[in-house]
Design a protein around this ligand. Structure first.
Ligand code: GTP
Ligand code: MG
Length: 236
C-alpha cells in the first residue's frame, strides 16, 4: 500500500471528451482499479454518440460527474478543462485524455508527487507504442522545441514535454489564474498546460512522471489544422 493508503478522495481526474463512446467505459473502469475513491469529471463538448449515456450510467466506487458543455458558446479542449477545474472541490486535479492513450497505472505516482509538495507534475512521454505517422512525430518535436523556446524567452516555468495532455497540479493556483485570465487562454485550442505556463508568473515547483504513450486505437482523432495553427499562433 502506498502513502495514500489507496484513498484518492483529494484528487479529481478531469477527462475532456468529444465522441469517445468506444473507450470511455473502459477508461472509467481502469481508473477505478488504479485510483479508487477519487472524483472524476468528464468534461464533454456535446458528443453526438453515447458518451453521455455511458458516463451517466457508469456505476462504481468513484464519484463521477458529467459536465455537459453542449450548450456553451465556446467549445474546445482547453476551455473544457478550465471549466472542469473550476468545478473541482479537491486540492488536486489530474488531466488525461478519454481515448486510453494515457496510462491510468501512472496516476498514483502523480498524486504522490503532489502530496510531496510539488505544484505541477507533468507527464513526460518517453516512448510511443504503435504507429505514429512521421508527420505527427515531426510536428510534436517541432512544437515541443518551439514551446520551450517561447517559455524560455519569456522566463517562465517549463516542463520536459510541453505538448503533454497528461499532467496534475494544485487546484488553487489554477483557479486563481483562470479567474483572472481565462480569456487569455486559447480556449478552443489543445495545449492548456502551455497556455497556463505562459500566463503564470510565480515560480512553480515542477516534477515529472515518465510514461509510455499509446497511439489511438479506437475512435477518431480531433486534431485538425485549425488546432495546430492556433498553437503556433500562441507561441508569439
Ligand atoms: N471537451 C472536448 N474534448 C475534446 C475536444 N477535442 C478533443 N477532445 C478530447 O480531448 C482528448 C484528446 O483529443 P485527441 O483527439 O485524442 O488528441 P490527440 O491525443 O492529441 O490526438 P490522437 O493521437 O490522434 O488521438 C480526447 O479525450 C478527446 O475526446 C473538444 O473540442 N472538446
Ligand atoms: Mg488522443
Amino acid at each position: 500500500m502506498n502513502q495514500t493508503s489507496g484513498n484518492y478522495s483529494d484528487l479529481t481526474i478531469i477527462i475532456p471528451t468529444l465522441n469517445e463512446e468506444k473507450t470511455i467505459s473502459l477508461l472509467l473502469s481502469k481508473i477505478e482499479v488504479s485510483i479508487p475513491y477519487c472524483n472524476v469529471i468528464v468534461s464533454d463538448d456535446g458528443s453526438n454518440d453515447n458518451t453521455k449515456k455511458l458516463v451517466e450510467g457508469f456505476e462504481g466506487k468513484n464519484s463521477i460527474c458529467f459536465l455537459d458543455r453542449k450548450h456553451e458558446r465556446i467549445h474546445g479542449l482547453t476551455i473544457s478543462v478550465l471549466d472542469a477545474i473550476m468545478e473541482c472541490s479537491t486540492s488536486f486535479f489530474l488531466v488525461m485524455d478519454g481515448d486510453l492513450q494515457h496510462p491510468t497505472e501512472s496516476i498514483p505516482q502523480f498524486y504522490e508527487e503532489l502530496k510531496q509538495g510539488y505544484d505541477l507534475v507533468a507527464g513526460n512521454r518517453v516512448q510511443v507504442i504503435g504507429k505514429w505517422p512521421l508527420h505527427r512525430k515531426f510536428m510534436s518535436y517541432v512544437a515541443r522545441f518551439l514551446g520551450n523556446l517561447s517559455l524560455f524567452i519569456r522566463r517562465k516555468n517549463s516542463v520536459k514535454d510541453i505538448m503533454t495532455g497528461l499532467f496534475a497540479s494544485r487546484s488553487d493556483i489554477w483557479k486563481h489564474t483562470i479567474e483572472k485570465k481565462k480569456t487569455d487562454f486559447i480556449q478552443e485550442g489543445y495545449k492548456v498546460l502551455f497556455d497556463f505556463l505562459k500566463l503564470y508568473k510565480e515560480k512553480l515547483k515542477v516534477s515529472h512522471v515518465n510514461y509510455v504513450f499509446g497511439t489511438r486505437n479506437f475512435g477518431e482523432s480531433k486534431i485538425n489544422n485549425k488546432v495546430i495553427w492556433m498553437f503556433f499562433k500562441s507561441l508569439f
